[in-house]
Design a protein around this ligand. Structure first.
Ligand SMILES: O=C1O[C@H](COP(=O)(O)O)[C@@H](O)[C@H](O)[C@H]1O
Length: 223
């Protein structure tokens, strides 16, 4: 992995937003379109605020989540709600949201329909990932029920995922889809996550699922 350290969180969010915007512009120049895949959780809000105001051809950008908690958008836990409120606003309101959730009791009920909506937008041009202190990324959690399947080369685009640490059921892009991205950035902050990602390099992928995407990723970190 490449590791970039920033003097503080503000510099991290500004610098990485700028880099992502440049990569999206380059993808639009060469392919006429771009796909940006993003994490949910507590870390990426500030980078979404910056990105949403940057000048690029947002109407040529498809935005999707790396993973979603199987909860409606009315829930504070909804990653879709986060990106609607913080990313798909301002200039970026013109981007197309590719959904990872729709109303149904279980993710299994909508898996094929959601995967069909994602397929035309692959490969991902720019992949922004987060990571939990337990070394999960997207919803690839250590000990999750379908982790082995999601890590396999033959994995489908999307999988439902359940894990004790995950709370509600999840839906996640599989490891091959994440690995196929043209550019991969992992956004982490704080000493605990830095120690976790360094430890991940020498652990089996089942214990440290983030390892599945580390090889071609740039990790962006600030205290
Ligand atoms: O549950 C999730 O957690 C990870 C990490 O989130 P954070 O709150 O520690 O920043 C996130 O990358 C993932 O998309 C999300 O669903």
């Amino acid at each position: 992995m490449n590791f970039t350290t920033y003097p503080d969180r503000e510099a991290l969010m500004m610098g990485l937003a700028d880099r992502i915007a440049s990569e999206l512009r380059a993808a639009i120049r060469s392919d006429g379109r771009a796909t940006l895949s993003v994490p949910g959780g507590t870390t990426p809000g500030p980078i979404f605020d910056i990105l949403s105001d940057l000048d690029l051809e947002w109407d040529k950008v498809a935005v999707l989540l790396n993973d979603e908690r199987w909860v409606p958008e009315s829930s504070e836990r909804s990653n879709t709600r986060l990106i609607r409120e913080r990313l798909l606003t301002g200039r970026a309101a013109k981007a197309k949201l590719v959904p990872l959730y729709c109303e149904a009791p279980r993710p299994e009920d909508k898996m094929d329909e959601l995967a069909e909506g994602i397929a035309p937008h692959l490969p991902i041009s720019v992949l922004l990932l987060g990571m939990g202190g337990d070394m999960h990324t997207a919803s690839l959690f250590p000990g999750a029920d379908r982790l082995a399947e999601a890590l396999s080369e033959a994995a489908p685009i999307l999988l439902p995922m359940r894990a004790e640490a995950a709370g509600e059921p999840r839906i996640t892009l599989s490891a091959p889809v994440l690995r196929d991205a043209m550019h991969t950035h992992i956004l982490i902050t704080g000493a605990e996550k830095r120690a976790a990602i360094e430890a991940a390099e020498s652990l089996p992928v089942e214990q440290a699922p983030v390892r599945a995407v580390l090889k071609n990723a740039t990790v962006h970190w600030a205290e």
